[in-house]
Design a protein around this ligand. Structure first.
Ligand code: C2E
Ligand code: MG
Ligand code: MG
Length: 752
């Protein structure tokens, strides 16, 4: 194209005369589609000769000298840049006669019509956003409906994070799956392209499929956007033959060359086209690579992980050898993100990725599946080997990660599933590893191997779901009650209801073996309703007998999103004539974070009903006390993992003590779980804790045995002994406070 210009006498004359108007007129003769786009022409010295945007800029340096340098090296250069606050795709070419006499820069504005061009290629919405100054973004072009388009800039933080979180973004009452790509690499102000697909909520596996489709669509659109700008605008219409080749190329077939050999402008264009074709092909290679790589850690992403898992499974099947999958999540990762910011969170993920790579063999695959979720394929590992690897990963993380002076104790929960015993296809293996991870997380066990008969009696998901349904329908569930004892008076005014499944074949099944599964399948809502009904009935019975005990029921994240829950509770309370103060609820802190707005609304409604709320397992989730403060809760239950060893572990004791103090400062009642002996009881009393729950007082008991316990223990312990005396007495009996990360690691790593 440069030669085309050079051959134009008007153009050369205007260049020599440094006549800005003449230059622009000459160029517009060549290319009529430039009215709304921009052209700049610079002399060999890199100073501007003409500029369609600013008539007065003659003699100023060309604002993007690196593009001239790049064009000098490779014949052309392009980049996305910001000019007068607007984003442009700027292409710089030399005008050679035969040495460069000028540089022509053409800018295509990233506007609505460009966005529309690409919309046809995939049913995706595309928008261009430009950062004018920090945190001030404007939309220069978009295919979104006006309301959604207007709300884009307000969601910019989520959009930039969309890559990591994969959570849909709500714009003007519609959810969009979102990917953002930064288009420019120079300057402080960013230009990003945002691809979005409107999302209707479907089941998880479909979401996954959609995500993969979205990624693939973006890869192709990315190629055609840049291919498209140059291809369609520079060359298309007049040369049908070339256009046909261009179409083939655009559809991803790079084998066809533009076979035009004539020595004129068209020949020049054809050569340029071939050059472009190679560039696009190279770029597509890169995009394909990116489509299989996690952008943050450069580890394989979910798509590639699935491919490799497929291959590994086929190989294992062929060789009749076992293989294993580990999935792992970072405990309390949300807390790191929320308290220290996403940049720190990102660096934790990076550091974790590096550590994992160091720990594993070359033949193993380490992938980041999204968020804080990592996964490993051990192509030749049986369960035992997988456990060894899990142990290695856990102990490697006994050493904290230091970032910007923050020392972060990064802990994993790992789930293991092995071929063939836990699944013979990728879907089941991964799902079962996930279930095992969930069990590890809930039980704070470090790692856990999938237990087929625990959650899957007949290797069949539907059977277990059927079993659970039957359990509810045929009343195979029972509630056990565990006292929550007041530490000052020794009296019991509350009991926690803990569900048990009396399975016809398997006997008494503990909740951790079916609650996680019920949560996963969504069946938990039905179960929770059953549990609440049963608890209210127990309230009615106890009230009638003059036993004034408040029953606290455990509810989970998805219960808080159950739209009919409040209504059901209110009706049930009324029908049974039970005052709401005899019912209370425990929510694990991460439960609230799932859909904060909706969950908070439910919590408020429960609060308004007069039901007291407690945060359960405090300290194991993601939230900070300042977050808890915003919730309508009145009680904090310190997780048993801190309480259990507090008489021997100085760190744990300190955590418990400061949680009590902070809780009190916020007007909350603080209860300790896992009080297993009198020494803990005494220390908690001395620390000013309000309540205690644990085997020391009583294990969870069926209602009648609970009543007996209550009659036998109207006052637990001896409240006349002042807390200080008790503590000094018990301190002499306890082991010396020893605390090392190693020990903590051990505690977490007992397999169940
Ligand atoms: P959670 O709500 O934190 O309940 C306390 C768990 O700690 C209970 O286990 C209880 O038996 C156990 N525990 C109590 N005192 C001690 C102690 O001194 N030492 C030790 N080592 N453990 C103690 P359980 O009954 O197995 O329940 C486990 C978890 O399952 C519960 O943790 C809760 O998250 C869930 N769960 C139990 N029942 C229900 C329910 O009805 N609905 C829901 N959604 N979840 C439930
Ligand atoms: Mg609880
Ligand atoms: Mg708890």
């Amino acid at each position: 194209a440069g030669i085309v210009f050079a051959a134009d006498r008007n153009f050369s004359t205007a260049i020599q005369a440094r006549d800005a108007n003449g230059i622009i007129t000459a160029i517009s003769n060549h290319d009529i589609s430039f009215e709304k786009n921009l052209i700049m022409v610079a002399g060999p010295d890199g100073r501007l000769l003409a500029d369609t945007q600013q008539q007065t800029s003659q003699g100023q340096p060309f604002p993007f000298p690196h593009l001239i340098d790049a064009a000098r090296r490779s014949g052309r250069a392009s980049a996305v840049v910001i000019i007068n606050g607007q984003p442009y795709h700027l292409v710089v070419i030399p005008v050679s006669a035969p040495t460069p006499i000028a540089w022509v820069a053409k800018g295509y504005r990233l506007d609505d019509s460009l966005a529309r061009d690409t919309e046809e290629l995939a049913s995706l919405q595309l928008s261009f956003l430009t950062e004018a100054d920090e945190n001030n973004w404007t939309v220069s072009g978009s295919t979104l409906p006006p309301a959604a388009r207007d709300s884009l800039p307000t969601r910019i933080a989520d959009i930039l994070r969309a890559q990591v979180k994969d959570a849909p973004i709500l714009l003007a009452s519609e959810d969009y799956q979102t990917r953002a790509v930064t288009l420019n690499s120079v300057g402080d102000s960013r230009v990003i392209a945002v691809w979005q697909r409107s999302l209707e909520y479907t089941l998880d596996p479909f979401m996954q499929l959609q995500k993969t489709l979205l990624d693939l669509a973006i890869a192709s659109v990315f190629a055609s956007l840049f291919g498209g700008i140059v291809v369609s605008r520079r060359l298309a219409q007049p040369i049908t033959r070339l256009a046909r080749t261009a179409r083939v190329t655009r559809s991803g077939d790079y084998s066809q060359k533009a076979d035009i050999t004539q020595q004129d402008e068209i020949g020049e264009i054809a050569a340029g086209f071939n050059h472009l074709r190679d560039a696009v092909s190279a770029r597509e290679q890169k995009i394909l690579r990116l489509a299989y790589q996690d952008t943050l850690t450069s580890l394989p992403n979910r798509a590639l992980f699935h491919d490799r898992l497929d291959l590994a499974l086929k190989a294992a099947e062929r060789d009749q050898k076992p293989m294993s999958v580990l999935t792992m999540g970072i405990d309390r990762f949300r807390q790191i993100n929320d308290t220290l910011g996403h940049p720190v969170g990102d660096r934790v993920l990076l550091a974790v990725g590096e550590r994992l790579l160091l720990l594993l063999r070359k033949s193993d695959t380490v992938a980041r599946l999204g968020g804080d979720e990592f996964a490993v394929i051990l192509p030749k590992g049986d369960v035992e080997h997988a456990c060894e690897v899990a142990g290695k990963i856990l102990s490697a993380h006994d050493t904290p990660i230091t970032i910007d002076g923050h020392t972060l104790d990064v802990r994993f929960s790992i789930g293991i599933a092995s071929y063939p015993e836990h699944g013979t296809d990728p879907y089941h293996l991964l799902r079962n590893a996930d279930i095992a991870m969930y069990v590890a997380k809930r039980g704070k066990r470090g790692y856990s191997v999938f237990e087929p008969d625990a959650t899957q009696p007949h290797q069949d998901y539907l059977t277990l779901l059927g079993d659970l349904k039957r359990a509810v329908e045929q009343d195979e569930l029972v509630l056990y009650y565990q006292p929550k004892v007041d530490l000052k008076s020794g009296t019991t005014t509350q009991a926690e209801a803990l569900v048990r499944w009396v399975h016809p074949q398997r006997g008494l099944v503990p909740p951790l073996q079916f609650i996680p599964f019920a949560e996963q399948t969504g069946y938990i809502r039905t179960m929770t309703r059953w549990i609440i009904r049963r608890a209210i009935r127990q309230c009615e019975i106890w009230q009638a007998q003059g036993i004034n005990i408040t029953i606290s029921v455990n509810i989970c994240a998805s219960d808080l999103l159950d739209p009919g829950l409040i209504e059901m509770i209110a009706t049930e309370l009324k029908q049974r004539g039970v005052d709401a103060r005899w019912l209370s609820m425990e929510i694990t802190e991460n439960g609230v974070m799932e859909d904060p707005a909706k969950s908070l609304e439910t919590l408020r409604q429960l609060d308004q009903l007069g039901i007291e709320l407690a945060i359960d397992d405090y300290g194991t989730g993601y939230s900070s006390l300042s977050y808890v403060k915003k919730l309508p809760v009145s009680e904090l239950k310190i997780d048993q993992s801190f309480v259990r060893d507090m008489t021997t572990d100085a760190d744990d004791a300190m955590i418990v003590k400061s949680t009590i103090d902070l809780g009190h400062n916020m007007g909350l009642r603080v209860i300790a779980e896992g009080v297993e002996d009198l020494a803990i009881w005494a220390l908690l009393r001395q620390m000013g804790c309000d309540g205690a729950q644990g085997y020391c007082m009583s294990k969870p008991l069926p209602a009648e045995q609970f009543e007996q316990w209550l009659r036998a223990n109207p006052v637990f312990g001896d409240p006349t002994i002042p807390p200080a005396r008790l503590a000094s007495h018990s301190a002499s009996g306890s082991a010396s406070p020893a605390s090392s990360p190693q020990r903590k690691g051990d505690r977490r790593r007992t397999r169940g």
